[in-house]
Design a protein around this ligand. Structure first.
Ligand code: C5P
Length: 302
Protein backbone atom coordinates (compact mmCIF):
# COMPACT_ATOMS: atom_id res chain seq x y z
CA UNK A 1 0.00 0.00 0.00
CA UNK A 2 1.31 3.48 -0.83
CA UNK A 3 2.48 5.52 2.21
CA UNK A 4 0.07 8.42 2.83
CA UNK A 5 1.92 11.61 1.84
CA UNK A 6 3.18 13.73 4.75
CA UNK A 7 1.57 17.12 5.11
CA UNK A 8 1.61 19.97 7.57
CA UNK A 9 -0.29 23.13 8.31
CA UNK A 10 1.35 26.34 9.52
CA UNK A 11 0.11 29.84 10.36
CA UNK A 12 2.21 32.79 9.16
CA UNK A 13 1.47 35.91 11.27
CA UNK A 14 1.66 39.59 10.35
CA UNK A 15 4.11 41.94 12.11
CA UNK A 16 3.96 45.53 13.19
CA UNK A 17 6.91 47.88 13.75
CA UNK A 18 6.63 49.50 17.17
CA UNK A 19 9.73 51.53 16.34
CA UNK A 20 11.51 52.15 13.02
CA UNK A 21 14.57 54.34 12.62
CA UNK A 22 16.27 54.47 9.20
CA UNK A 23 19.99 55.11 9.59
CA UNK A 24 21.52 55.30 6.13
CA UNK A 25 21.39 54.05 2.54
CA UNK A 26 23.88 51.24 1.89
CA UNK A 27 25.96 50.64 -1.23
CA UNK A 28 23.68 47.66 -2.10
CA UNK A 29 20.63 49.99 -2.23
CA UNK A 30 19.07 48.74 1.02
CA UNK A 31 18.93 50.81 4.21
CA UNK A 32 20.43 50.12 7.61
CA UNK A 33 17.80 50.48 10.27
CA UNK A 34 16.87 49.93 13.89
CA UNK A 35 13.45 48.46 14.52
CA UNK A 36 11.36 46.76 17.17
CA UNK A 37 9.13 44.19 15.52
CA UNK A 38 6.16 42.39 17.04
CA UNK A 39 4.09 39.50 15.63
CA UNK A 40 0.32 39.99 15.82
CA UNK A 41 -2.66 37.65 15.56
CA UNK A 42 -3.54 38.16 11.91
CA UNK A 43 -2.45 35.15 9.86
CA UNK A 44 -1.96 33.66 6.41
CA UNK A 45 -2.48 29.89 6.48
CA UNK A 46 -0.28 27.46 4.55
CA UNK A 47 -0.66 23.72 3.98
CA UNK A 48 2.35 21.77 2.67
CA UNK A 49 2.07 18.30 1.17
CA UNK A 50 5.12 16.28 0.18
CA UNK A 51 4.95 15.07 -3.44
CA UNK A 52 7.57 13.03 -5.36
CA UNK A 53 8.89 16.03 -7.31
CA UNK A 54 8.29 19.60 -8.50
CA UNK A 55 6.43 22.44 -6.87
CA UNK A 56 2.82 23.58 -7.19
CA UNK A 57 1.19 26.48 -5.38
CA UNK A 58 -2.53 27.14 -5.06
CA UNK A 59 -3.45 30.54 -3.61
CA UNK A 60 -6.71 32.05 -2.41
CA UNK A 61 -5.55 35.51 -3.53
CA UNK A 62 -6.01 36.69 -7.10
CA UNK A 63 -3.63 39.63 -6.45
CA UNK A 64 -0.58 37.52 -5.63
CA UNK A 65 2.02 36.94 -8.38
CA UNK A 66 2.29 33.18 -9.01
CA UNK A 67 5.72 33.30 -10.63
CA UNK A 68 9.28 33.82 -9.39
CA UNK A 69 8.22 36.96 -7.50
CA UNK A 70 6.12 34.84 -5.15
CA UNK A 71 8.02 34.38 -1.88
CA UNK A 72 6.64 30.88 -1.18
CA UNK A 73 7.98 29.73 -4.55
CA UNK A 74 11.30 31.54 -4.02
CA UNK A 75 11.74 30.11 -0.51
CA UNK A 76 11.08 26.57 -1.80
CA UNK A 77 13.60 26.99 -4.63
CA UNK A 78 16.26 28.50 -2.31
CA UNK A 79 15.98 25.56 0.09
CA UNK A 80 15.99 22.98 -2.70
CA UNK A 81 19.08 24.66 -4.20
CA UNK A 82 20.88 24.84 -0.85
CA UNK A 83 20.34 21.11 -0.19
CA UNK A 84 20.11 19.54 -3.65
CA UNK A 85 16.96 17.75 -2.46
CA UNK A 86 14.83 16.10 -5.13
CA UNK A 87 11.53 15.84 -3.18
CA UNK A 88 8.68 18.07 -4.26
CA UNK A 89 5.90 19.95 -2.51
CA UNK A 90 2.32 21.09 -3.08
CA UNK A 91 1.40 24.26 -1.19
CA UNK A 92 -2.02 25.74 -0.49
CA UNK A 93 -1.81 29.39 0.62
CA UNK A 94 -4.81 31.11 2.20
CA UNK A 95 -3.96 34.80 2.14
CA UNK A 96 -5.50 36.97 4.88
CA UNK A 97 -2.69 39.52 5.40
CA UNK A 98 -3.06 42.34 2.86
CA UNK A 99 -0.29 42.64 0.26
CA UNK A 100 1.94 45.76 0.06
CA UNK A 101 0.63 46.77 3.48
CA UNK A 102 3.70 47.14 5.73
CA UNK A 103 2.65 44.01 7.66
CA UNK A 104 5.41 41.69 6.38
CA UNK A 105 3.03 39.09 4.92
CA UNK A 106 5.40 37.99 2.12
CA UNK A 107 8.40 37.59 4.45
CA UNK A 108 6.22 35.71 6.95
CA UNK A 109 5.02 33.28 4.24
CA UNK A 110 8.66 32.74 3.19
CA UNK A 111 9.78 32.04 6.79
CA UNK A 112 6.84 29.65 7.32
CA UNK A 113 7.76 27.86 4.07
CA UNK A 114 11.40 27.43 5.16
CA UNK A 115 10.33 26.04 8.57
CA UNK A 116 7.70 23.70 7.07
CA UNK A 117 9.98 22.27 4.39
CA UNK A 118 12.81 21.86 6.91
CA UNK A 119 10.45 19.54 8.81
CA UNK A 120 8.74 17.89 5.84
CA UNK A 121 12.00 17.14 4.03
CA UNK A 122 13.78 16.28 7.36
CA UNK A 123 16.68 18.68 6.65
CA UNK A 124 17.74 19.40 10.25
CA UNK A 125 18.59 23.10 9.76
CA UNK A 126 18.55 25.42 12.79
CA UNK A 127 16.52 28.65 12.76
CA UNK A 128 19.78 30.57 12.30
CA UNK A 129 20.64 28.44 9.25
CA UNK A 130 17.19 29.07 7.76
CA UNK A 131 17.47 32.81 8.46
CA UNK A 132 20.74 32.91 6.49
CA UNK A 133 19.19 31.00 3.59
CA UNK A 134 16.10 33.26 3.70
CA UNK A 135 17.55 36.72 4.37
CA UNK A 136 17.79 37.66 0.70
CA UNK A 137 14.17 36.67 0.05
CA UNK A 138 12.79 39.50 2.20
CA UNK A 139 14.32 41.77 4.82
CA UNK A 140 11.89 40.59 7.53
CA UNK A 141 12.45 36.83 6.99
CA UNK A 142 15.13 36.55 9.76
CA UNK A 143 12.74 38.27 12.21
CA UNK A 144 9.90 35.86 11.39
CA UNK A 145 12.22 32.94 12.22
CA UNK A 146 13.05 34.48 15.63
CA UNK A 147 9.76 36.12 16.73
CA UNK A 148 7.40 36.92 18.35
CA UNK A 149 9.28 40.09 19.47
CA UNK A 150 12.73 41.34 18.47
CA UNK A 151 15.07 44.27 18.14
CA UNK A 152 16.30 44.22 14.55
CA UNK A 153 19.21 46.02 12.88
CA UNK A 154 21.40 45.94 9.76
CA UNK A 155 19.09 45.53 6.78
CA UNK A 156 16.93 43.28 8.97
CA UNK A 157 19.30 40.33 9.32
CA UNK A 158 20.58 41.11 12.83
CA UNK A 159 17.86 39.94 15.19
CA UNK A 160 17.89 40.08 19.00
CA UNK A 161 14.80 38.30 20.38
CA UNK A 162 13.09 40.17 23.24
CA UNK A 163 10.18 39.46 25.56
CA UNK A 164 7.28 41.91 25.45
CA UNK A 165 6.07 41.91 29.01
CA UNK A 166 2.49 43.09 28.93
CA UNK A 167 -0.36 41.88 26.74
CA UNK A 168 -2.05 44.48 24.63
CA UNK A 169 -4.88 44.47 22.13
CA UNK A 170 -4.28 46.15 18.81
CA UNK A 171 -6.65 47.51 16.23
CA UNK A 172 -5.15 47.31 12.77
CA UNK A 173 -6.52 49.31 9.83
CA UNK A 174 -5.57 48.90 6.19
CA UNK A 175 -7.11 51.43 3.78
CA UNK A 176 -7.52 48.88 0.99
CA UNK A 177 -4.66 49.83 -1.35
CA UNK A 178 -1.00 48.81 -1.71
CA UNK A 179 2.09 50.99 -1.25
CA UNK A 180 5.46 50.04 -2.76
CA UNK A 181 8.06 49.53 -0.02
CA UNK A 182 10.85 50.28 -2.48
CA UNK A 183 9.25 53.59 -3.44
CA UNK A 184 8.86 54.68 0.20
CA UNK A 185 12.52 53.91 1.01
CA UNK A 186 13.69 55.71 -2.14
CA UNK A 187 11.69 58.82 -1.25
CA UNK A 188 12.99 58.75 2.31
CA UNK A 189 16.56 58.60 1.05
CA UNK A 190 16.33 61.34 -1.52
CA UNK A 191 14.33 63.76 0.61
CA UNK A 192 15.67 63.06 4.05
CA UNK A 193 19.16 61.58 3.64
CA UNK A 194 20.84 62.20 6.96
CA UNK A 195 22.77 60.50 9.70
CA UNK A 196 20.60 58.40 11.99
CA UNK A 197 18.76 60.47 14.55
CA UNK A 198 19.09 58.64 17.83
CA UNK A 199 16.77 59.14 20.73
CA UNK A 200 17.50 58.34 24.35
CA UNK A 201 15.04 55.43 24.43
CA UNK A 202 16.93 53.71 21.61
CA UNK A 203 20.34 54.28 23.23
CA UNK A 204 18.95 52.85 26.44
CA UNK A 205 17.50 49.84 24.65
CA UNK A 206 20.80 49.07 22.95
CA UNK A 207 22.70 49.33 26.24
CA UNK A 208 20.23 46.98 27.90
CA UNK A 209 20.42 44.49 25.04
CA UNK A 210 24.21 44.44 25.42
CA UNK A 211 23.90 43.78 29.15
CA UNK A 212 21.21 41.11 28.75
CA UNK A 213 22.60 39.52 25.60
CA UNK A 214 22.67 36.01 27.08
CA UNK A 215 19.00 36.04 28.10
CA UNK A 216 16.00 37.49 26.34
CA UNK A 217 15.69 41.20 27.04
CA UNK A 218 12.36 42.30 28.53
CA UNK A 219 10.46 45.15 26.87
CA UNK A 220 7.37 46.94 28.15
CA UNK A 221 4.82 48.57 25.86
CA UNK A 222 4.81 51.58 28.17
CA UNK A 223 8.60 51.98 27.70
CA UNK A 224 8.54 52.02 23.92
CA UNK A 225 8.64 55.34 22.11
CA UNK A 226 6.29 54.68 19.19
CA UNK A 227 8.10 56.10 16.17
CA UNK A 228 8.36 55.37 12.44
CA UNK A 229 10.68 57.44 10.20
CA UNK A 230 8.81 56.27 7.08
CA UNK A 231 5.60 58.01 8.15
CA UNK A 232 7.22 61.23 6.90
CA UNK A 233 7.02 59.83 3.34
CA UNK A 234 3.81 57.79 3.29
CA UNK A 235 1.57 60.09 5.35
CA UNK A 236 1.86 63.26 3.22
CA UNK A 237 1.35 61.23 0.02
CA UNK A 238 -1.66 59.30 1.43
CA UNK A 239 -3.55 61.55 3.90
CA UNK A 240 -5.79 58.60 4.81
CA UNK A 241 -2.88 57.38 7.00
CA UNK A 242 -3.38 60.39 9.27
CA UNK A 243 -7.16 59.98 9.13
CA UNK A 244 -6.96 56.32 10.24
CA UNK A 245 -4.65 57.23 13.13
CA UNK A 246 -7.00 60.03 14.23
CA UNK A 247 -9.96 57.62 14.14
CA UNK A 248 -8.06 55.18 16.40
CA UNK A 249 -7.15 57.94 18.86
CA UNK A 250 -10.80 59.07 18.82
CA UNK A 251 -11.80 55.53 19.84
CA UNK A 252 -9.44 55.55 22.83
CA UNK A 253 -6.15 54.10 21.52
CA UNK A 254 -3.22 54.70 23.92
CA UNK A 255 -0.87 55.16 20.97
CA UNK A 256 -1.03 54.93 17.17
CA UNK A 257 1.56 54.39 14.44
CA UNK A 258 1.98 53.37 10.82
CA UNK A 259 3.59 49.93 10.38
CA UNK A 260 6.70 49.57 8.17
CA UNK A 261 6.36 51.46 4.89
CA UNK A 262 2.57 51.54 5.37
CA UNK A 263 -0.15 52.25 4.56
CA UNK A 264 -1.49 50.06 7.42
CA UNK A 265 -1.74 51.70 10.85
CA UNK A 266 -2.33 50.26 14.30
CA UNK A 267 -3.68 51.53 17.61
CA UNK A 268 -2.74 50.08 20.99
CA UNK A 269 -5.58 49.36 23.42
CA UNK A 270 -5.36 48.26 27.05
CA UNK A 271 -8.27 45.84 26.86
CA UNK A 272 -10.22 43.58 24.52
CA UNK A 273 -13.50 45.44 25.03
CA UNK A 274 -12.03 48.81 23.98
CA UNK A 275 -10.46 47.24 20.88
CA UNK A 276 -13.66 45.45 19.81
CA UNK A 277 -15.77 48.56 20.44
CA UNK A 278 -13.43 50.54 18.19
CA UNK A 279 -13.80 47.94 15.40
CA UNK A 280 -17.60 47.87 15.82
CA UNK A 281 -17.81 51.66 15.44
CA UNK A 282 -15.22 52.17 12.68
CA UNK A 283 -16.25 49.34 10.31
CA UNK A 284 -19.69 50.64 9.25
CA UNK A 285 -18.36 54.21 8.92
CA UNK A 286 -15.50 53.13 6.60
CA UNK A 287 -16.64 50.21 4.42
CA UNK A 288 -13.48 50.40 2.24
CA UNK A 289 -11.12 49.87 5.18
CA UNK A 290 -10.07 46.45 6.47
CA UNK A 291 -10.14 46.51 10.27
CA UNK A 292 -9.11 43.83 12.78
CA UNK A 293 -8.83 43.61 16.57
CA UNK A 294 -5.89 41.30 17.32
CA UNK A 295 -3.53 40.48 20.16
CA UNK A 296 0.23 40.89 20.13
CA UNK A 297 1.59 37.32 20.14
CA UNK A 298 3.55 35.84 23.05
CA UNK A 299 4.56 32.74 21.08
CA UNK A 300 5.55 32.47 17.44
CA UNK A 301 3.40 30.08 15.40
CA UNK A 302 6.32 29.63 12.95
O1 C5P B 1 13.48 43.12 1.51
P1 C5P B 1 12.17 43.58 0.99
O2 C5P B 1 11.76 42.84 -0.25
O3 C5P B 1 11.09 43.58 2.02
O4 C5P B 1 12.39 45.09 0.58
C1 C5P B 1 11.60 45.74 -0.38
C2 C5P B 1 12.31 47.02 -0.77
O5 C5P B 1 12.38 47.90 0.34
C3 C5P B 1 13.75 46.80 -1.21
O6 C5P B 1 13.84 46.54 -2.57
C4 C5P B 1 14.40 48.12 -0.83
O7 C5P B 1 14.17 49.06 -1.86
C5 C5P B 1 13.62 48.57 0.39
N1 C5P B 1 14.30 48.25 1.65
C6 C5P B 1 15.43 48.98 2.03
N2 C5P B 1 16.07 48.68 3.21
C7 C5P B 1 15.61 47.72 4.02
C8 C5P B 1 14.47 46.98 3.68
C9 C5P B 1 13.84 47.28 2.48
O8 C5P B 1 15.87 49.87 1.29
N3 C5P B 1 16.26 47.48 5.18
Amino acid sequence: MARPSAHLKIKAPAKINLFLNILRKRPDGYHDLYSVLQMVGLYDELIFEEVPQGMTLVSSSGDLPMDDRNLVIRATRSLARATGIKSGVRVILKKNIPIGAGLGGGSSDAAATLMALNRLWRLGFSRDDLAKIGQDLGSDVPFFLHGPTAFVSGRGEKVVPCVLNIDRWLVIINPGFEVSTRWVYEQFSSVRARAGSKNSWLTNLQENIKIHSSSKFKLYYSDITLHNDLESVTEPKYPVVKEMKECLLGEGAEGVLMSGSGPTVFGIFKGKIGAFNAVRKLKPAHPGWKIWAVKSLRRSPI
